[in-house]
Write a protein that binds this ligand. Structure first.
Ligand code: RUB
Length: 300
């Protein structure tokens, strides 16, 4: 197995997971190819392999395409110069991603008030950065985490928040409506795998049900996502390829069909705001952001 095969397999099997970490792992795998003397002909097939590893997180193809764009810009350089410049460019991209998450944390922490109870779903590094920043700023928040069946990524969030000192409660996924009422949840923060041009958001399955509960309870529902998660290709959530994972992750019952979607679509109308490194915006801000950042416009 080549290094790229190993990284693609780690992404597929979810050893590496969460949209940001997947994008970073893909960029580092391509950087390694450059470090070993690879150029465009080696990078292209590797990039395609990485992109195919998980279909619902747009940050993965966006990161691969961006690295390819950087490499393409250096293709007329000598072999040694190509290597040096492209590795530097990839480092610059990774550095930018790290800065984006810090900026999102600052903006997100700002809208959290002293003593609030915040609910999150699954495990998002971006959301954890917001919570830990609010806590480090001295706000005595409490966090409620879901389990995120079947893979229980919520346990990671619960452990991280608790280890950071934040009073943390874990509930089963189906207890969200109960938790909002009984645990006095003030705000909900989730991450994103893809933000579509119309402001729909693809995130861990169950997110859309939580958004409905937030709507019913009249509390704010925030999505935290850097602009790498915005998709020019996906005008609406229903156009995103929703990954269906192996049913063995769920259970087996004779003669019963098991379905195991990994993600779902939260419609823009249930989202109060999306927090990006560019600022906090209503979901309708997705299209202008795409247009401004990527020079992309709806035709016709
Ligand atoms: C993880 C998930 C996260 C987003 C955002 O799903 O849905 O909310 O990827 O995470 P999975 P981040 O565990 O199936 O990869 O903010 O870390 O990019």
């Amino acid at each position: 197995m080549s290094d790229v095969d190993i990284v693609a397999e780690s992404i597929r099997s979810m050893k590496v997971r969460g949209a940001r970490d997947i994008a970073v792992a893909a960029a580092l795998a391509l950087k390694k190819i450059v470090d070993e003397g690879g150029k465009i002909p080696e990078l292209e097939p590797a990039g395609e392999k990485l992109k195919a590893a998980r279909p619902s997180a747009i940050a993965l193809p966006n990161a691969v395409n961006y690295v390819m764009y950087l490499a393409d810009g250096n293709k007329s350089l000598s072999d040694e110069e190509f290597k040096e410049k492209t590795m530097k460019d990839i480092d610059g991209f990774l550095d930018q991603m790290a800065k984006s998450v810090k900026k999102i944390a600052e903006i997100g922490a700002e809208i959290i008030r002293e003593g609030e109870t915040l609910l999150t779903h699954c495990q998002s590094d971006t959301v954890f950065e917001i919570f830990s920043k609010a806590w480090d700023d001295g706000k005595k928040i409490k966090v409620v985490c879901t389990e995120a069946r079947p893979r229980h990524q919520g346990y990671l969030t619960a452990r991280k928040c608790s280890e950071h000192g934040i009073p943390t409660t874990l509930v089963i996924d189906s207890a969200v409506h109960w938790a909002i009422r009984e645990l006095d949840v003030d705000k909900i923060f989730v991450g994103a795998d893809t933000v579509c041009a119309n402001g729909d958001v693809v995130n861990k399955v169950g997110t859309s049900q939580i958004a409905l509960c937030a709507d019913e309870a009249d509390i704010d529902f925030f999505v935290a996502a850097d602009s790498l998660k915005f998709s020019a290709e996906s005008m609406m959530g229903r156009m995103v390829n929703i990954e269906e994972r192996d049913t063995s992750e769920v259970t087996e019952i004779p003669n019963v069909t098991i379905r195991n979607p990994g993600f779902d679509v939260t419609e823009a109308k249930y989202i109060d705001a999306i927090i990006t490194e560019e600022g906090i915006m209503p979901p309708q801000g997705a299209y202008p952001l795409l247009k401004e950042k990527y020079g992309w416009e709806l035709k016709g």
